[in-house]
Design a protein around this ligand. Sequence first.
Ligand SMILES: Cc1ncc(C[n+]2csc(CCOP(=O)(O)OP(=O)(O)O)c2C)c(N)n1
Length: 242
Amino acid sequence: MNLLGTIHSPADLKALPPADLAQVCAEIRHAICEQVSKSGGHLAPNLGVVELTVAMHYVFDFSYDRLLFDVGHQCYTHKLLTGRQHLLPRLRQRGGMSGFPEPRESDFDLFTVGHAGTAIPTAVGMARGDSLNGEGWTVDKPNGRRTVSLIGDASIVNGVAMEGLNNAGTLKRQFLVVLNDNGMSIAKPQGAGLCILRSLAPLAYLWRVQETRERNGATYARRRKSQRSLSPNGRIIQGFHR
Ligand SMILES: Cc1ncc(C[n+]2csc(CCOP(=O)(O)OP(=O)(O)O)c2C)c(N)n1
């Protein structure tokens, strides 16, 4: 049975059991490949975020919460989950599906955006606006709007993205940045920022080890010591949360 055809909004996706999500992802991949092979379009950036986008729509409610794509042409899965499958056959053509987030197409697209570095500062502005309106998520208002920005490893080193992270630290509320660290941009990413990200990889690995050890009842002191010795640079990113 085709599942994607039954999804007219993220509410339909949320109604599926988690076990069905892999099939939804496979059908989305197939739909994107079929269409891009006919009309052109961005293939790799979209195939790289299928599972990630499905997971975000499964967890959050973006008819209310905020979702911002930094790499705008990564939005095909998002569009297929938000009532726009009928526009896909005319991808990037008049009257069809724009290849970028487009608020005139759907309320699920908050910002017309190509690329790059803009998602985090824009999300900061939206989060601050929601908070000023009394609609933002806080500990006391757990049903308030949450904000999520998705950004790649080549884009997070943009000056404006870093400035956004700096400002995000002043929000004092929920603010999620999902870093899609796939080790690739148009060519191999370069520069010092990349070295910092690479140095975080052992930390991510250790967190997985920690989870296993937690289940096995290992002591907290021992876990912390391992974390420090493996990744001193982890504190650079953690520092933005202070
Ligand atoms: C300001 C600007 N610089 C460069 C580009 C060209 N460009 C489009 S996508 C991209 C790479 C994106 O890489 P990354 O952020 O790692 O995303 P992903 O690998 O997840 O696609 C670049 C350099 C652009 N569109 N705009």
